[in-house]
Write a protein that binds this ligand. Sequence first.
Ligand SMILES: [Cu+2]
Length: 103
Amino acid sequence: MLLLISLACKPADPGVREVQITAKGFEPARVEVPPSRPVTIRFVRKVKETCADAVDVQGDPVRHMLPLDAPVEVKIDAPASGELSFACPMNMYRGAIVVVGVR
Ligand SMILES: [Cu+2]
């Protein structure tokens, strides 16, 4: 019983950030992460009609397809500072993974 309770109360994984793709693009378009740590960005496309049916993340050679309503996890290594951009294949909708905080 205690185990069940502790599982139910388990906080969301702090190493995961969720970005939804809506008719207006990536929301949030600015994702803050701690420096020099691996982080998972979970993209979820929530709208059927959008050109953001895939995402390119800076420094990642793989284009990640984003099926409707199916979360896609992209693992990145946050740099010590600065940011990594991400965008739809046409580079119309854009966002950034922004490093905040000190090492
Ligand atoms: Cu686009």
